[in-house]
Design a protein. Structure first.
Length: 367
């Protein structure tokens, strides 16, 4: 089996709620998603997706993903997509860095490997742990009372884990955390995610003001060193996200005792292959994970489900169902939320069928 062509699609994913807001006044209303199709000389095809959270969250953006895939195309044509290790090595040699560019290609290779072997990606990654995967719900930044109302509303959808988007004015964020914590019920989990938005002094104010609340603090500051400073100043459980971009960062954080939990984003580390490596190391180091991505539609949601469902339950802090946030379905067969949980497909590969009406005509094709 050899890659005979690569097609790249651009898909707009509007938000069901209209706007998603997080730290420092950032917001997105329509996500710019890129879908990759790898076609093979025996008539098969595999699909992957990458969807940065706008151009101002991580060093990634939609047009950059598509340009980068074009840069890699000539290296990949004629290669065996099921030889995932060599494929990743080739991509790293041809394009330094830019892990998000490689993520959708790597995902499509896993889809093809599963279709070729007749196994789901979840099975290829070790098999299912448990009946389903518990999900969290991100609560977009709003006034405190409105965010608390949204927590209550999403509770009705079966969610028990809620990620508050903070990282604004410290006094307002303190109110947001207290308002949400006031309505929590037994067994529910609250995370205050600043998405790098606080200065050290702001973060210190917030963690001190909510020190008696049952809340996780996530990525308070931009730099690892500043996050570590806040970690040392609070007894609250601590999550690192944006700083965890590979194995080196994970090992440094573990050695320093910098976090209790990490967020493992597939595209931030370069795809399912690298995400699985980090996942397995976290299991060995006893570090729980939220398994997710920057954003996406049905294809990314399917990939998240396969990686999360093949992770031991004790190491799954949470996962997410991005396809429930957006109004466009870019594939069928992806997991759908049921009572705050999702289940990875047992079908070969990712278990999805692309919605070609949503994908439209390929923006680029390389042969």
């Amino acid at each position: 089996m050899k890659i005979s062509a690569i097609r790249v699609y651009q898909v707009d994913l509007p938000l069901v709620e209209g706007r998603y807001s997080w730290s420092e006044g950032k917001y997105v209303e329509v996500f710019d998603s890129t879908v990759v199709e790898l076609l093979t000389d025996d008539g098969n095809s595999g699909f992957g997706e990458v969807c940065p959270l706008g151009p101002f969250y991580l060093p990634a953006f939609g047009a950059g993903a598509r340009a980068g895939i074009g840069e890699l195309a000539s290296t990949l044509i004629g290669q065996d997509p099921t030889a995932i290790g060599p494929i990743n090595q080739l991509m790293d040699r041809a394009l330094l860095g830019h892990p998000y560019v490689k993520s959708a290609i790597d995902m499509a290779c896993w889809d093809l490997l599963g279709k070729t072997t007749g196994k789901s990606v979840c099975d290829l990654m070790g098999g299912k742990f448990g009946a389903s995967v518990a999900l969290y719900r991100a609560i977009s930044q709003r006034p405190a009372a409105e965010m608390a109302e949204n927590v209550a509303g999403h509770r009705a959808d079966g969610y028990t884990k809620f990620q508050l988007k903070v990282g604004g004015r410290p006094s307002e964020d303190i109110d947001r955390i207290h308002a949400a914590a006031d309505i929590l019920t037994a067994g529910e989990v609250l995370v205050a995610d600043a998405n790098t938005g606080w200065r050290v002094d702001d973060a210190a104010r917030v963690v001190n003001a909510v020190r008696d609340r049952d809340v996780y603090i996530e990525q308070p500051c931009r730099s690892y060193e500043h996050c570590l400073t806040i970690r040392k100043r609070t007894a609250l459980p601590f999550i690192l996200d944006e700083n965890i971009d590979g194995i080196d960062a994970l090992l440094r954080g573990h050695q320093d005792g910098a976090m209790d939990v990490i967020n493992l984003k597939i595209s931030k580390v370069g795809g399912l292959t690298r995400a699985r490596q980090i996942r397995d190391l976290c299991v060995s180091l006893n570090i729980p994970m939220t398994i997710e991505d920057s954003w996406g539609g049905d294809i990314i949601t399917a990939a998240i489900a396969h990686l999360a469902h093949s992770t031991p339950e004790s190491m799954r802090f949470s996962a997410t169902d991005f396809n429930s946030y957006v109004s466009v379905q870019n594939a069928t067969g992806a997991p759908q939320r049921v009572a705050g949980h999702m289940v990875a497909s047992d079908e070969p590969g990712l278990g999805i069928t692309p919605n070609m009406d949503a994908l439209g005509q390929a923006e680029s094709e390389y042969k």
